[in-house]
Write a protein that binds this ligand. Structure first.
Ligand code: FES
Length: 133
């Protein structure tokens, strides 16, 4: 079980993205959808992407996860909007954690969810895109 953390152990940026997450929701006509589960804790995340000319034009997410998963997903969505698919795939969970001014080490596994969900959504888009060619 994850040890109990005090709020002071989270950066202000993490708290801000946790309390006011950006891009929460779903995109009904998404071009790619990715759903992943975290093997460490069982939490789940779903990511929706709108893609035009190889660029991510919109992204929304929903998670059944902890505060760190919400904050990292929120930050990750802000980082990938406007990026090409290749650029988005290069954004690591460490990059996201750094953009949030760090995460407590025991919560680093939570940052994997967003990164994996983005990858799954891009894979889904590529599969559909290839199929429609
Ligand atoms: Fe499950 Fe954080 S404890 S994603």
């Amino acid at each position: 079980m994850t040890p109990l953390l005090r709020m002071e152990e989270y950066s202000q940026k993490v708290m801000d993205h946790f309390m006011n997450p950006r891009n929460v929701g779903e995109i009904p006509d998404a071009d790619g959808i990715g759903q992943v589960g975290n093997p460490v804790c069982g939490d789940i995340m779903k990511m929706y992407l709108k893609i035009k000319d190889n660029v991510i034009t919109d992204v929304k997410f929903k998670t059944f996860g902890c505060g760190a998963a919400i904050a990292t997903s929120s930050m990750a969505t802000e980082l990938i909007i406007g990026k090409t698919l290749e650029e988005a795939l290069e954004i690591s969970n460490k990059t996201v954690a750094q953009a949030l001014n760090g995460l407590p080490p025991v919560k680093m596994h939570c940052s994997n969810l967003a990164q994996q969900a983005i990858k799954a959504a891009i894979d889904d888009y590529k599969k559909k895109h290839e199929a429609s060619k």
